[in-house]
Design a protein around this ligand. Structure first.
Ligand code: ZN
Length: 338
């Protein structure tokens, strides 16, 4: 286990990176002394039109000359997520990748995840566009963004939506125009592009920008980025408030991250594997189920999409397809997260 002191953590997670991960939508300075508009514009009568906010002390402290707000990394986490000082310090250490998270160093050479420079949480335009693209409620899309598991940015030159979480162990991008990424020398054409440095054994969403994700007694374990968003959609539409949506990015994950397994202890899990024609999705779910039981999960169930149909007459393959379920099958939705 890596023991990280607070000072090391502050150096490892400077404020510009931290602010991007927290989804601060304002301009974020990348050097000391660069003034931008205050992160809290409503503390200013004029919305801080004359920028008075900056970072100093090697990007480890912030201050606003106009409204007087100031602090360090843990303070920013506390103010942004509404945590008390102790919780904020713990969360900050977690986000910096040390201390509380056992086996943070399970891979001997942990490569830093390479995120786009223009990463942000999006706004109404992006949420509506993505909702239309995936046939999901834009409200659910904005909820995922607020949880820090959905971000937007430019990847390979294309505007993209990106699933990730506060662990910063993985991120996967898909194009906003719904088209695949073109083939390169090394990679073929692909619908989703996994960002360099990703570890796909981590279920994305397990560490959201939510003050107390561990208090939610149930986990919906989906497969792939679109299904992660669909899980948010159904939690919202079925009035389910006790469930944390997470997703494994692909059925080829053979062993879950040891640090992730600890989060499943004592919780109820429902897996939503893809109904692939070759049965690979269900097979993967069986493996994950065994692992989760061994890790101490209270109950693990698998939802089977077989036999359900979309309005188009196509069979339902995944959770996202359920957003377009034919009338006769609508009653099945009640069972989805029950
Ligand atoms: Zn201010």
């Amino acid at each position: 286990m890596i023991k990280t002191t607070m000072e090391e953590a502050k150096k490892r997670l400077p404020l510009n990176k931290l602010a991007r991960r927290l989804g601060v939508a304002a301009e974020i300075p990348d050097r000391d002394g660069q003034c931008v508009r205050c992160f809290w514009p409503n503390r200013h009568p004029n919305g801080d039109r004359n920028p008075s906010f900056n970072f100093h002390a090697g990007l480890t402290r912030y201050r606003c000359f106009a409204c007087g707000v100031q602090g360090d990394g843990p303070d920013l986490v506390g103010q942004w997520l509404g945590l008390d000082a102790k919780e904020a310090a713990q969360r900050f250490l977690q986000m910096a990748g040390g201390d509380d998270l056992p086996l943070a160093c399970s891979r001997p050479t942990l490569r830093e995840l390479l995120m786009p420079r223009d990463l942000w949480m999006g706004g109404d335009t992006e949420w509506k566009a993505l909702g239309a693209l995936r046939r999901l409620d834009p409200m659910a899309i904005s909820l995922a963004a607020a949880h820090g598991v959905l971000r937007f940015g430019t990847v390979k030159g294309f505007p993209c939506w990106i699933v990730t979480d506060e662990s910063r162990r993985l991120a996967e991008a898909r194009r906003m125009d719904g088209r695949p990424f073109p083939a390169t020398d090394r990679l073929g054409e692909r619908k989703a592009h996994t960002l360099a440095g990703s570890d796909k054994s981590w279920p994305v969403g397990l560490l959201p920008a939510h003050p107390r994700p561990h208090n939610l007694p149930r986990i919906a374990l989906a497969e792939g980025g679109p299904d992660l968003l669909a899980a948010f959609h159904f939690c919202l539409h079925l009035d389910v408030y006790d469930t944390l949506p997470v997703a494994l990015l692909g059925r080829n994950c053979h062993r879950l991250h040891p640090g992730a397994l600890a989060h499943f202890q004592g919780r109820r899990v429902r897996i939503f594997p893809h109904a692939d024609a070759d049965g690979g999705g269900l097979k993967a779910a069986t493996r994950w189920k065994d692992e989760l039981y061994t890790a101490g999960a209270l109950r693990v169930e698998t939802f089977d999409f077989r036999g359900l149909y979309c309005r188009s007459g196509q069979t339902v393959n995944d959770l996202n397809d359920c957003a377009d379920l034919r009338h006769e099958d609508q009653c099945e939705l009640e069972e989805l997260l029950s």
